[in-house]
Design a protein around this ligand. Structure first.
Ligand code: ZN
Ligand code: ZN
Length: 149
């Protein structure tokens, strides 16, 4: 546990990303971004707080930094039908290019990014007649809850 730590180059990239957005690169802000960068799936405020409490960063500080990083478009925020915001690092590209479906397990509530599942241009055009897509949500039972071999 806790064995992953980003190397110096990755940390510098995070620092310059924070500064490029016009924010001060505080220790807490960097810690929040590091935590989300290593996550395999979007994290809630509670998830991030839990992981940073050992570094002496309180929940309110985590929340403030999550909001700042969303405002700076470094993080994106998703709501998957359970009224809980989940945060993840935004990659390069526009918001539309970044959008990817999320898989939510009906048993354990676990959320996984389906970054490889492309919602292609014809599908986007077809749905644009209905409205603007903000979130693509796929519900199922994850492999841990329903092992298949
Ligand atoms: Zn599950
Ligand atoms: Zn995601």
């Amino acid at each position: 546990m806790n064995s992953y730590s980003p190397d110096q180059t990755e940390v510098e990239a995070m620092q310059s990303r924070i500064r490029a957005a016009g924010l001060r690169c505080t220790a807490a802000r960097l810690a929040v971004l590091k935590e989300l960068s290593r996550a395999q799936s979007p994290l809630t405020h509670a998830d991030v707080s839990e992981r940073l409490v050992s570094q002496g960063i309180d929940k309110a500080t985590v929340f403030r930094n999550l909001v700042d990083l969303v405002d700076a478009e470094i993080l994106s925020r998703t709501e998957l039908g359970d009224h809980v915001w989940r945060f993840e690092v935004r990659g390069p590209g526009t918001e539309a290019e970044q959008a990817h479906p999320h898989f939510v397990c009906l048993d354990c509530g676990g959320v996984t990014c389906l970054s490889d599942l492309d919602f292609d241009a014809p599908s986007r055009r077809a749905t644009s007649r209905v409205g603007e897509i903000k979130e693509i949500l796929i519900k199922g039972v994850c492999v841990e809850c329903n092992p298949v071999d």
